[in-house]
Design a protein around this ligand. Structure first.
Ligand code: DQQ
Length: 591
């Protein structure tokens, strides 16, 4: 994880050359925090702590691991440091839920106890084998190698799956052979079962500089042999972590069991690129005979051309098939981007995105991600705008609800596309650079228009985070750019404040509308544009909340053309019950 911090530190250094950051004496910050800590018991006062996102009650969290639905309960495991708020001592934390919104913490599922995982229980998955959940995970062994291990429930009739056994006569089940870099061989995917009676799993590996998703096969799920060919490989993009490989329907939003390989389907290979710390995915076909994945036409071995799962701040995502509601659900790790010193003061670090249902767009090319329907159970007061004209230069505050814990759904309508600025193709591979050049004084053609969230009330919105769109014309086509600027998001010291950008895959000339759904939860802002076609998750650490001030929400339009808000609905959100231990709840309500 040092590399994450290093990258952030580097990007932060670069950003201060470009953006003037107000200097805040660190003694003041310390006393701000002290004030909070003095009054802080549990979740109530820590202003950065989220209200409806998954996080442990304290300490470090990273990747989501092995999500599943079993005997009436959803289970989520996660990479967890049980003794501190920074990465290290990695084990599997474990929580259960009946509704994917409220979570109860259980004891560690996997701890570093054996020679094959004594230096860490890293990421992995759960597969149902003969109806019972089985964990595959990466252990860092006594020789500091990445090896793959297996664990079974001690008592499958316990819906809580409290105890797991790691048989030493099985483990490790895969070791890095001669051509595999023992430092980079990890994160076994959920298994799938082939027509030939063999199980498969995909493992990320670095093979002398080449990224390979290795494929292993087994008849009994215990003895595994590496396939002659990798499932997929890339010569140019470095190590691929946390592979997820699953079928998606071309004719329905329903999720599919990982072993389905017939019917009107495609396959998705999702992975995290260590080089960019972003998650990408490829859509294509799985040839079960050769056991290879073939990306669809147009694929190039250049990560800059691959769809990014979320253009903001997420990594190491993991999905599972929810047999209860026949859908595929995905979580992603959202790392902190405040300073390490602040994480130590807070005593926690890392959250998961709100669970997202994912399916393939009708165009067969793009994944759609959308907060699961259970989120509605958290909605409180609602405010609404309808057919509201946002004139050029306008900024309008949404009042009537508290907006630091909110769900906003807005649909912008463009009366015309006349006057869209011309697009320069050189920006195609680097939309965030284009976003970076958009400033409030830039009276563009169509846009920027969008939302300002977590804005300070006083001193002329000194702190605010913009999520906005701008429409460009590229020969006979229109392009919608989505941006988020974090440069004014926080006056706290040591916060990483990048600009994120992406092109939204919609044909704006057809319906002249673009929607944005935003989940605001104290220090995280998840954005879903165009019905979930483009996602952008942000970490935001406003300073104004440290002194008890509330945050504001605005719609704005800085383009020279007026924009209409067809409809805006905003709900204040309730606090979910997330990982507060209460054994009574577990025994009475969950089972
Ligand atoms: N995190 C885990 C690894 C994985 C990485 C270690 C991705 O298994 O490759 O905590 O964030």
């Amino acid at each position: 994880m040092a590399r994450l911090r290093l990258l952030h530190a580097l990007l932060f250094q670069i950003s201060i050359l470009v953006i003037k950051i107000d200097a805040v004496p660190s003694s003041l910050l310390n006393s701000d925090y002290q004030q909070i800590q003095d009054h802080c018991f549990g979740n109530e006062i820590d202003p950065d702590r989220t209200a409806f996102h998954f996080q442990p009650s304290k300490n470090w969290l990273n990747d989501p691991n092995g999500p599943m639905y079993y005997k009436g309960l959803y289970h989520l495991f996660y990479q967890y440091n049980p003794v501190g708020p920074l990465w290290g001592n990695i084990t599997w934390g474990h929580s259960v839920s009946t509704d994917l919104v409220n979570w109860e913490a259980l004891d560690l599922a996997l701890d570093r106890t054996d020679p094959f995982d004594i230096n860490g229980c890293w990421s992995g998955s759960v597969t149902f084998v003969a109806g019972e959940p089985v964990i595959l995970y990466t252990g860092i062994d006594d020789k500091q190698r990445n090896v793959q291990n297996i664990a079974f429930p001690k008592n499958g009739s316990d819906p809580l799956l409290r105890e797991w056994v790691k048989p030493s006569d099985y483990n490790p089940i895969m070791v890095p052979g001669g051509d595999i870099d023992p430092d980079n061989f990890r994160d076994p995917s959920t298994g799938w079962f082939g027509q030939d009676g063999y199980w498969r799993t995909a493992v990320g590996a670095n093979m002398k500089g080449r990224a390979e998703i290795l494929l292993y096969k087994s008849q009994d799920f215990a003895n595994w042999t590496r396939n002659e060919f990798p499932l997929h490989e890339s010569l140019s993009s470095g190590m691929w972590e946390c592979p997820d490989f699953f079928p998606v329907s071309l004719s329905s939003r329903d999720g599919l069991d990982p072993s389905v390989n017939t019917g009107n389907i495609k396959h998705v290979l999702k992975f995290g690129l260590m080089k960019t710390l972003r998650d990408y995915y490829l859509v294509g076909t799985y040839d079960e005979k050769k056991d290879v994945f073939i990306p669809d036409e147009g694929y190039e071995d250049d990560y800059r051309t691959w769809p990014v799962l979320d253009y903001g701040h997420i990594y190491a995502s993991k999905s599972f098939f929810d047999g209860k509601k026949k859908r595929r659900i995905l979580w992603s790790w959202v790392n902190e981007s405040d300073s390490e010193a602040d994480d130590i003061k807070k005593g926690w670090s890392g959250i998961q995105t709100f669970p997202r249902a994912i399916w393939l767009d009708t165009n067969g090319k793009q994944l759609i991600q959308w907060p699961i329907e259970e989120i509605k159970s958290l909605r409180k007061q609602q405010v609404q705008l309808r057919d509201f004209e946002l004139q050029s230069g306008a900024r309008h505050e949404i009042t009537g609800i508290s907006t630091s814990q909110a769900n906003v759904d807005v649909e912008f309508e463009l009366p015309s596309l006349e006057g869209a600025e011309l697009f320069d193709d050189s920006f195609l591979l680097d939309p965030s650079k284009l976003c970076d050049e958009i400033t409030p004084s830039d009276k563009g053609g169509i846009g920027p228009f969008g939302l300002l969230v977590l804005a300070s009330d006083v001193e002329g919105l000194e702190e605010h985070t913009g999520i906005f769109f701008k429409v460009y014309k590229n020969s006979d086509k229109y392009m919608v750019l989505m941006c988020s600027h974090l440069r004014s998001s926080s006056r706290r010291e040591g916060v990483y404040k990048p600009t994120f950008g992406a092109f939204v895959g919609v044909d704006i000339s057809k319906d002249k509308r673009i929607s944005l759904r935003t989940l605001i939860d104290h220090s995280v802002v998840e954005n879903f544009a165009a019905g979930g076609r483009t996602c952008m998750t942000l970490r935001v650490y406003p300073k104004h909340v440290l002194t008890g001030q509330t945050s504001g929400l605005y719609v704005f339009n800085l383009g020279s053309l007026d924009v209409n808000i067809k409809e805006l609905n905003a709900w204040e959100m309730a606090r979910a019950r997330v990982n507060i231990r209460n054994d009574e709840f577990i025994s009475k309500d969950s089972v």
